[in-house]
Design a protein around this ligand. Structure first.
Ligand code: NDP
Ligand code: MG
Length: 380
């Protein structure tokens, strides 16, 4: 029996994780669930999945939850409630499905207490990739990727040895604005950006997909997960989201993982690895798909991928600065304070000022994150 603590249980990935493990009650059990503010959904989830522990990062939501706390569930309160849950004994794998840098400390605590990590929250690796890698090694822990591209690479890598890999290719849907020019992008609204062509996800990652920042982050995520330099990670736009990513081997072969665009597939693989379990999704019917297309990235109108590539090459605090500025910019765009095309500008300006600082601990990452947020807010 694998016991899970699901961080960000009320989100898109969290809810899909719970639904996926429902199929295998003899294999998976729910030890803990966490959320930020959505105490009503967390209450429902508690009634259904009966976790031993819960926590809500938001103090007021935690108080509301407490009024109706189900029997048998213990609520952990306080500013460090998520870290306390992460460090508890009694579970095996932390499913990290919180959004943004809020996932960093719980991930660190889970690794330090010897847990495995099923990782959806890419911002953890973007902001603190080298720190996390060292912690994994020191604590004999492992990350199992949930992000669909990284799941595809992870699966494809099983076809050869590491020294036989010549490069990897991440596929990108291109988001809702693929093919738009500068003037069109200047005019798009948050509600336009929230209509993703192939995936139904939380708001922040949906905006990141529209700016292609999500793909930039995924380059960094792949670099840390698979130990590859930036120049060996290519991106191609593949509107259908059928091929989830590919590995090019030195002998001219390319191995890819294909599936319907349904996150329950990589979620279940991350939790069942090295086995495969039948989930909700059937295999593809290729004669119905007929054709798969590949296009180039428009780096001029969508500069975020290049900003991330530069950040990854620079190292040090560059990617943490990019992430912090991006979180502020995305939030401001969602609240209609800035235009879509202001997002990369705010990130570039912030990143230039904060890219050369040594970061050795998660606490240092968080303190830089605070400073960059202040700076980025001053630009809005
Ligand atoms: P959602 O916005 O749907 O869910 C986010 C979850 O995190 C919610 O449970 C939310 O709680 C919780 N949360 C938000 N802020 C905080 C905070 N400050 N402290 C603690 N918990 C917090 O996001 P997604 O599920 O879409 O994405 C989660 C992560 O997975 C992201 O990093 C994303 O990049 C990654 N990912 C998502 C994919 C997808 O298909 N959705 C695909 C690949 C990666 P509450 O509900 O209470 O606000
Ligand atoms: Mg992805």
């Amino acid at each position: 029996m694998k016991k899970l603590a699901i961080f960000g249980a009320t989100g898109s990935i969290g809810v899909q994780t719970l639904k996926a493990i429902e199929l295998y009650p003899e294999r998976f059990s729910v030890f803990a669930l966490t959320a930020n503010k959505n105490y009503k959904l967390l209450l429902e989830l508690c009634k259904k999945y009966k976790p031993q522990y819960v926590a809500l990062a938001d103090g007021n939501a935690s108080k509301e939850f407490k009024k109706n706390i189900p029997k048998g569930t213990k609520l952990i309160e306080g500013d460090d409630c998520l870290e306390i849950i992460a460090a508890l004994n009694g579970y095996d794998t932390a499913v990290m499905a919180q959004v943004g840098i809020s996932g960093l400390l719980p991930t660190v605590c889970a690794i330090k207490s010897g847990k495995k990590i099923a990782l959806a929250n890419k911002e953890v690796l973007v902001t603190a990739g080298s720190i996390i890698k060292k912690l994994l090694k020191d604590n004999n822990s492992e990350i199992f990727p949930i992000d669909s591209e990284h799941s595809a690479i992870w699966q494809s890598l099983r076809a050869g040895n590491k020294n036989e890999v010549s490069s990897i290719v991440l596929t990108a849907s291109g988001g809702p604005f693929y093919g738009y020019n500068k003037n069109q992008l200047d005019a798009v609204t948050a509600s336009d950006a929230l209509k993703h062509p192939t995936w139904n996800m939380g708001k922040k990652i949906t905006i990141d997909s529209a700016t292609l920042m999500n793909k930039g982050f995924e380059i960094a995520e792949a670099s840390f997960l698979f130990d590859l330099p930036e120049n060996k990670i290519k991106v191609t736009v593949h509107r259908e989201s059928i091929i989830h990513s590919m590995v090019n081997f030195v002998d001219g072969n390319t191995v890819a993982a294909l599936a319907k665009p349904d996150m329950s597939v990589p979620i279940l693989y991350a939790l069942s690895y090295p086995e495969r379990l039948k989930g909700y999704t059937d295999n593809l019917e290729f004669d119905k798909i007929q054709k798969l297309t590949f296009l180039s990235v428009d780096s001029e109108n969508f500069p975020c991928i290049e900003i991330c590539r530069e950040g990854l090459r620079k190292g040090k605090s560059a990617l943490a600065a990019i992430n912090a500025a991006n979180e502020i910019a995305v939030d401001s765009f969602l609240n209609q304070k800035i235009k879509f095309t202001d997002i990369p500008k705010i990130i570039s300006d912030s990143f230039k000022n904060f890219s050369d600082i040594d970061l050795n601990t998660a606490e240092e990452v968080l303190s830089l994150d605070k400073e960059v947020r202040k700076f980025a807010l001053s630009l809005i």
